[in-house]
Each structure stands twice: as structure tokens, then as C-alpha cells.
Design a protein around this ligand. Structure first.
Ligand code: FAD
Length: 500
């Protein structure tokens, strides 16, 4: 049995942020996550570090939180944030009155804006629709959620915290009505472990109510599915938003070699087994094309989806639900942190840790806004242009990942699963979506003695099936041809369809 002071359930941005904050205040803790880091909404999001402008008109509090955290994260997380800047573009027919309230509210919240003529905006982003009537620049950025989680976890590990990824909480242990620990199951070995603590923090995002119920309480939530598409080119170097009330498909975010466009907002009952609907792909692609016409002809390489853990509200339109957050003390040894955004994860962690440290008589103040994230120097080249400098022994051509980086992930970070290599190196995240590099990475894992040949075939089959679920809804034109090529590599050359 493991003993600690605090158990954190969930290895998304919120859970990892809490682990870092506890570590810096000297509180011992264990973080447990059923998948890899960022397997929930964090890894399925748009990767937009909001300036807050999107919320300025309807949700001033969330906007204020975003702009505050935006300037903090630019300083402390330089290897995760690309300072792209953002444009809100007004197209013919978009309300001028909304534009006026937008500018007024941004000013009130303290978000800097500049109104740009169409020609100035087209100078900045040549692929923009030339019919735009104007654009407003804001300090939006692109952020890598995978790196963000892992770098937050580095501090926890350095200060002696325990991190168990691929461990699912299957039970909350209760004694005399109090939550005193958890039982977790290892995904690879199926072994169970018991961890006991004084406090449990439920940072499990959309799974929050499921976990709270295991502990005898509940958390009121609205679950909102959002789907996104990935283009095979970086069609813009700035974040592009539509200057109108938030609605479907109105944001495009550059993300290294590709662009992410989204999203939809559909209420769902469960965070599990959600799929992208082909209709959502149509909606998002059509909207993206209105802002950047080349979205209509460019190859879409995949669609993906995640579930927003929103605070419960009666409003039937999920977009009207506040993006603010709430900390619930269940008064039974468990706290839940709900709602919020990736952009405000650090603040959410700070307020949660403030709420629990009293229980340990710890007076230390939060330092997470002042200290840069640990481990940034050791990261492989970032952004993509830096990786070009060491074009040697490349395993993944799309994202320029070299053999050293893959070997480092396997040998020094103890990675056992191909998806985890991708999250740490970006292997397979570019236009070919792993078609050419996944089998190479598995070969390296075999050479390192991590897998037998038959295990690697099973893993490869599972990986290809999962990827195909995201590729299927965006399968036409050039992407269909690309998939046929991938199919002939795996079924033809590698004979993967062969039944022994
Ligand atoms: C489509 C979409 C787009 C978005 N875009 C943006 C954006 O651009 N910018 C932004 O700021 N925000 C964005 N958001 C919101 C943001 O992604 C979330 O608010 C944030 O990532 C939530 O982080 P979290 O750590 O609280 O939850 P999650 O990331 O969901 O983490 C919860 C974790 O708990 C784990 N877990 C669940 N059950 C168990 C269990 N039994 N045992 C162990 N672990 C468990 C899950 O595997 C998961 O990893 C978006 C959300 C969606 C869905």
C-alpha cells in the first residue's frame, strides 16, 4: 500500500497543474491517470491559448481569467506556447453591432485590440478570404497541451511526487463516510494498487461526476462534445476567429506543421465512446472555408473529438454556459475542480491547492506563476523550424522527429506504448498521420527489447484501427488517395491482413 498526502485523479492540464503546485508548496502527492497525460479534453482541444476576446462580450469573468493566464503562460511555458497573435475577422453579413460591443468589452477587460483594414490583415495572413470587411488583432496564441502536461509533471517528479499514468481509479476507498484512498488498476499488467491519502482531488474533467459518485457525492455538470478537423498544411501563422457571437466552426489554430479547425458543441450523456459525426466535419470545414478559402481544397487528414467538462446550467445552448470554474469541497475528504479551460489550468490549480493546503497547516504561497516550467531545456527542438537544424536519422518526416528523440522516449522516459511516444515527440502527428513512421518507431521499440515482434503487430493493428476512426469521417479526395497508399503499405508490403 502507498501512503501520501494528496491523491490527484486525472492527468489532464488541471491535474498536472495541481501536481506542480503541490510539489512547489512541499506537499507530497500521487497523480493517477487512466491513459497517457492529456488523454481527455486536454489532448482533444483546439490548442488555443485564449486572449479572452472570445468571451469578452458574454462572460467577462472568464475573459479576465484568460488574459491574466495568457500573459503568465507566455512567460513560464515558452516551449509550449507559440506567440502567433490572433485575428477576429468580420465577413460580409456579420453584425457591426457585435463588433462594437466586442471592442468595448475587450477594452473593459484589458485585452489589447487593433482594428485592421482588409489589406493589412491579408498582408499578415495571405490565405484569408479577400472579402473580409475588417479584422481585429488580439493576443491569442497556439499552445501544445501535451507538452504542457508533461512539463508540469516534471516538477512533481523532481520533488518526489508519484505519477502513475495508465492507471485507472476503479474504486474510492471510504471509511466512516470519508474518502481515504483509491484502488487503481495498471492497464498493462492488470495489477491493482491501493493508495491512501488525507485528501483526494477529483480533476477528472468530464468524468468528474463518475468519480464523485464513487466517493458518495456528485458534481453537477453539462458535457459538451466538440469536434475538430486537421488540415495537412499550416494555412495561417496566426489564430483566426470569426468576429461574431461564438458558434460552430469559428476558430482556426496553427499547430506546428498543420492547422486545427473547429469546433462543434453537442450535449452528450457520457464522456466515453464518443465519435465524430460526418455532419460535424461538414459544418466545421464549411465554416473554416469561409475564413480561409483554401480549407475547401486542402486535404483534411483527420477529425477528432473531445468532451468539455462544463459547469451545469439550464441553458439549452452549451455555448452560453460560463467557461469559469468551480471548486467543490464535498466535506468527505474529496474536492472536485470542475469547468474552466486549458488556458486557465494554472489558475484553477492554484485555487484548488489554496483550498486544500489548509488541511496540512501549509502556509506556502503559490509559486507557479513566477517560475518557468521545469524540463523545457531538455525538450527536443521546438518549434518545428528548429528541428530542421538536425535533419539526421529522421524517423518521422512530417514532424522532423529523429531517431535519438524516439530512443530517448523509449529508454529514458520508460515509454511502453506507441501513442505515448507520439505525445512526447510529435511523431505521427503531421500530414501522414503515422502512415510512414509508426512501424519504424515500433521497430526501434523492438530493438530496445521493449516488444516482441508479435506484440508489435498487435499494437500496430490496434493503433491503425484507432487512427482510422478519426480519419474515416474526413475521407475524400486526396486524403482518400493517401489512405489507399497507407492501406497498400500495411496490407500489401507489410502483409498485415495475414491471419497466422
Ligand atoms: C473540442 C474542445 C476544444 C477545446 N478547445 C480549447 C482551447 O482551444 N483552449 C482552451 O483553453 N480550452 C479548450 N477546451 C477546453 C479544455 O480542453 C478543457 O477545459 C481542459 O482541457 C480540461 O482539462 P482537465 O484536466 O480538467 O480535464 P481532462 O483533460 O479531460 O482530464 C481529465 C483526465 O482524467 C482522466 N480520468 C478520468 N477518469 C479516470 C479514472 N477513473 N482514473 C484515472 N484517470 C481518469 C482522463 O483520462 C483525463 O485524462 C476545449 C475542449 C474541447 C472538448
Amino acid at each position: 500500500m502507498i501512503k501520501t498526502d494528496v491523491i490527484i485523479i486525472g492527468g489532464g492540464a488541471t491535474g498536472c497543474g495541481i501536481a506542480r503546485d503541490l510539489a512547489l508548496r512541499g506537499v507530497h502527492h500521487y497523480l493517477v491517470e487512466k491513459g497517457d497525460f492529456a488523454s481527455g479534453a486536454t489532448g482533444a482541444c483546439h490548442g488555443l491559448l485564449h486572449s479572452g476576446a472570445r468571451y469578452a462580450v458574454k462572460d467577462a469573468e472568464a475573459a479576465l481569467e484568460c488574459i491574466g493566464e495568457n500573459s503568465i503562460l507566455r512567460k513560464i511555458a515558452q516551449k509550449c506556447v507559440e506567440v502567433t497573435g490572433g485575428l477576429f475577422v468580420r465577413l460580409p453579413g456579420d453584425s457591426k453591432r457585435y463588433r462594437d460591443s466586442f471592442l468595448k468589452n475587450c477594452e473593459e477587460v484589458g485585452i489589447s485590440t487593433q482594428v485592421l483594414s482588409p489589406s493589412r490583415a491579408l498582408d499578415l495572413v495571405p490565405e484569408l478570404n479577400p472579402a473580409i470587411e475588417e479584422a481585429v488583432s488580439v493576443p491569442d496564441c497556439s499552445i501544445d497541451p501535451f507538452r504542457l502536461c508533461m512539463l508540469n509533471a516534471v516538477t512533481s517528479r523532481k520533488k518526489g511526487g508519484g505519477i502513475l499514468i495508465h492507471h485507472k481509479v476503479t474504486e474510492i476507498i471510504r471509511e466512516k463516510g470519508r474518502c481515504v484512498g483509491v484502488k487503481v488498476q495498471d492497464k498493462f499488467t492488470s495489477q491493482t494498487k491501493e493508495i491512501r491519502a488525507k485528501i483526494i482531488i477529483n480533476a477528472s474533467g468530464a468524468w468528474g461526476d463518475i468519480i464523485a459518485r464513487m466517493g458518495g457525492s456528485e458534481v453537477p455538470m453539462t458535457l459538451s462534445k466538440g469536434s475538430l478537423i486537421i488540415s495537412n498544411h499550416r494555412l495561417t501563422n496566426m489564430v483566426i476567429n470569426r468576429l461574431r457571437p461564438p458558434s460552430d466552426g469559428d476558430i482556426i489554430v496553427p499547430n506546428e506543421a498543420v492547422c486545427l479547425a473547429g469546433t462543434t458543441s453537442i450535449q452528450v450523456d457520457s464522456p466515453d465512446a464518443i465519435e465524430v459525426d460526418a455532419k460535424e466535419v461538414d459544418i466545421v470545414a464549411t465554416q473554416a472555408e469561409q475564413m480561409i478559402p483554401r480549407f475547401g481544397t486542402t486535404r483534411l487528414i483527420r477529425a477528432y473529438t473531445g468532451v468539455r467538462p462544463l459547469l451545469k446550467a439550464d441553458d439549452s445552448d452549451n455555448r452560453n454556459i460560463s467557461r469559469g470554474f468551480k471548486i467543490i469541497d464535498h466535506k468527505n475528504g474529496m474536492f472536485s475542480i470542475m469547468g474552466g479551460k486549458l488556458s486557465t489550468y494554472r489558475l484553477m490549480a492554484e485555487k484548488t491547492v489554496d483550498a486544500v493546503v489548509d488541511q496540512f497547516g501549509v502556509r506556502a504561497h503559490c509559486k507557479t506563476a513566477d517560475l518557468p516550467l521545469d524540463g523545457q531545456d531538455e525538450l527536443s527542438g521546438y518549434p518545428l523550424s528548429k528541428r530542421l537544424k538536425k535533419m539526421d536519422n529522421i524517423v518521422c518526416e512530417c514532424e522532423l522527429v529523429d531517431r535519438d528523440s524516439v530512443e530517448n522516449a523509449i529508454n529514458n522516459l520508460g515509454i511502453q506504448y506507441i501513442g505515448d511516444i507520439q505525445h512526447r515527440t510529435r511523431l505521427g502527428m503531421g500530414p501522414c498521420q503515422g502512415g510512414f513512421c509508426t512501424y519504424r518507431a515500433l521497430g526501434i521499440m523492438q530493438e530496445a527489447g521493449r516488444l516482441t515482434p508479435s506484440e508489435s503487430i498487435q499494437i500496430l493493428k490496434g493503433f491503425l484501427q484507432r487512427r482510422f476512426r478519426g480519419i474515416k469521417p474526413a475521407l475524400w479526395g486526396d486524403q482518400l488517395r493517401e489512405e489507399q497508399l497507407v492501406e497498400s503499405i500495411y496490407l500489401g508490403i507489410l502483409n498485415m491482413g495475414h491471419k497466422p
